[in-house]
Design a protein. Structure first.
Length: 172
């Protein structure tokens, strides 16, 4: 649910608790379902989600590249994530990094991982967001990278005007 602070938090000394007030656009039906329950809240900065058009265009470009390279669109997509993707973060905003015994394949973890380094027995990986988790800004950067790869291979892409129009639709 998208919300804005309504006023500064204040302490009700009668009940000895802090009170928070938010403004929301939609009717909060969830209130009736949860009013007598203890809740866990996560407050984070709102980011406009990218459009489904952006994701569709990403896959069109990956398909075109795969035809030229003689590989699958999924392999191209993974390579583009490696080059132009955004690191994933945990709930505290920290990058997700793992070290695995070198005999354990990172594919067992699921998701998208970028190889960082290795030591005698361990390989270290950084988690990368898939395009479905990217916000508008991240998706625009990702598509710009894929477009540049397509141009290197002489693959036709949207015109600069069309790309600008799409970027505006994505909220960039």
């Amino acid at each position: 649910m998208k919300a804005k602070w309504h006023c500064q938090p204040y302490k009700d000394y009668g009940i000895k608790k802090w009170l928070l007030t938010f403004e929301v656009e939609d009717t909060p039906e969830i209130y009736d379902e949860t009013k007598d329950k203890e809740l866990t809240l996560k407050i984070s900065t709102y980011h406009k989600k990218r459009s489904l058009d952006a994701n569709a265009y990403c896959w069109v470009l990956c398909t075109k590249l795969s035809e030229v390279l003689g590989t699958s669109k999924d392999e191209v997509y993974e390579e583009m994530l490696q080059r132009y993707g955004t690191m994933d973060e945990d709930d505290d905003g920290e990058p997700i990094v793992v070290s695995l015994l070198s005999r354990i394949p990172v594919e067992k973890l699921g998701g998208h991982w970028k190889y960082m380094s290795s030591s005698m027995q361990f390989n270290t990986y950084l988690k990368i967001k898939g395009s479905s988790k990217m916000n508008s800004r991240e998706m625009a950067k990702f598509i710009d990278g894929i477009v540049s790869e397509c141009k290197d291979f002489g693959i036709e892409t949207a015109t600069p005007d069309e790309l600008e129009r799409m970027a505006q639709q994505w909220g960039v």
